[in-house]
Design a protein around this ligand. Structure first.
Ligand SMILES: Cc1ncc(COP(=O)(O)O)c(C=O)c1O
Length: 414
């Protein structure tokens, strides 16, 4: 776990400074203890619901070592592209434990996914018709429904918005059931992911109730997937989804539906990404430059939105702390910028941080989800390395890119 011991930041049993010296910087470090703890917490809370399947949404972090570790905890894998399905299978995941949901998929990708026996939720009537036209059709599929219930930390992630591109509208749902029946496919599951970074149980329950109402009309439905989106605290004052409260409310809602439905039962599925991996990740970067302007300390570090885009894309907050903190240094109003040639390239603004110097190491916290997966080589800066800390073991899970990698797919210009 991440903590300070005598002014030195530790990730698990490793001093951050030692990891940076050994593996170089910028460096993504994941501590698997956080992942195991998050999965145990989820399991503990959701056990009250009875039959629940947990799928890890690998779009949050698709490194095969992370995927394999989480799968090893008995969790299925939720995917959104044929590439993710490929990585999951290469990571050793049984295709029957992979769920696929995507707003856009080509015919050849669909064939690949279905021929591998992956479980699929269709996002639109168009996708359903594509499946009906395949030579090899699945016996059963799920429908992603847009219930009109939306929530989340930013409008970019409020996928349940009725005007978003996600899911089949309630008006079209019965037509989708008819089309599926005509082509001999059972709709066994209703799916709805309403957003990300949700701090409140209420929209989940509203969404679940709408899905259960729809299931009442369609006896083939045996599974309800309420998606992911479970919010975490990025800073102390952030609200956080209380998973116990959510589980209790879900359990009551399903129980009451079962009573009204003459004892019919449904299995619940959830597919969190952030909740499982966000806290496990730390980005270590060195200070490249420091200057003082308008009474503020301006710090340029090795990583900007090329390595962590969340602050710029969503205005997200990540704690930034010095890896070595004697406590005796002066505390200053500080802005932390990346090295990119863009004025909007920042990691953290208006923070209280000790006086920093060139070469100091800083740690950006809670970056295990939507960190490295959204990284790019913008400004032709190679991607960082990733390492995984598991108890007393450290493993490199992605090598650092070099300049040559920037050109690896490009024929030499002549
Ligand atoms: C269909 C689906 N399921 C699950 C998730 C995971 O969301 P989160 O990481 O917020 O739990 C997403 C995220 O976009 C998603 O689109």
């Amino acid at each position: 776990m991440i903590r300070y011991v005598d002014g030195a930041l530790y990730i698990g049993s490793y001093r951050a400074r030692d990891l940076a010296e050994r593996y170089g910087t910028p460096l993504y470090v994941y501590d698997t203890d956080h992942i195991s703890e998050a999965v145990a917490r989820l399991r503990g809370s959701l056990s009250i619901v009875g039959d629940v399947d947990i799928y890890y949404s690998m779009k949050a972090n698709s490194n095969p070592h992370i995927v394999r570790f989480i799968y090893g905890l008995g969790v299925g894998i939720e995917t959104t592209s044929a590439g993710e399905v490929y990585i999951a299978i290469e990571s050793g995941v049984d295709p029957g434990r992979i769920m696929f949901t995507s707003p856009g998929v080509s015919l050849s990708e669909l064939r690949y996914i279905i021929e591998n026996g992956v479980r699929i939720n269709v996002n639109s009537i168009g996708q359903l018709k594509m499946i009906c036209g395949l030579d090899t059709k699945p016996e059963a599929i799920g429908l992603r429904i847009n219930t009109g219930v939306a929530s989340g930390h930013h409008r970019y992630v409020a996928t349940g918005d009725p005007h978003s591109k996600f899911g089949i509208s309630l008006e079209d749902a019965d037509r989708a059931f008819r089309i599926a029946e005509e082509c001999g496919i059972t709709i066994e599951r209703l799916h709805s992911h309403i957003g990300s970074g949700i701090a409140d149980a209420e929209p989940y329950i509203e969404n679940l109730s709408i899905l259960l109402n729809l299931a009442s009309k369609h006896r083939g439905v045996t599974e309800i997937d309420i998606g992911g989106g479970f919010g975490i605290k990025y800073r102390d004052e952030d609200p956080e989804l209380n998973i116990d409260d959510l589980a209790e409310a879900v359990s009551k809602t399903i129980e009451s539906w079962m009573k009204r439905s003459g004892g019919r039962s449904v299995r619940l599925a959830v597919e969190p990404g952030r909740f499982i991996v966000a806290r496990s990740g730390v980005l270590l970067a060195r200070v490249l430059d420091v200057f003082h302007r308008g009474g503020r300390q301006v710090v340029i570090v090795e990583s900007g939105f090329n390595h962590l885009i969340r602050p710029v894309l969503y205005g997200s907050y990540h704690r930034v702390v010095p890896a070595e903190n004697s406590g005796s240094r002066e505390i200053l109003d500080t802005d932390i910028y990346g090295p990119l040639c863009e004025s909007g390239d920042y990691l953290a603004l208006s923070r209280k941080l000790p006086k920093l110097s060139v070469g100091d190491l800083v740690a950006v916290l809670d970056v295990g989800a939507y960190g490295m997966v959204m990284a790019s080589t913008y400004n032709s800066k190679p991607l960082p390395a990733e390492i995984m800390v598991s108890g007393g073991e450290v493993r490199v899970i992605r090598y650092r890119q070099g300049f040559r990698d920037l050109l690896s797919l490009i024929p030499k210009p002549r």
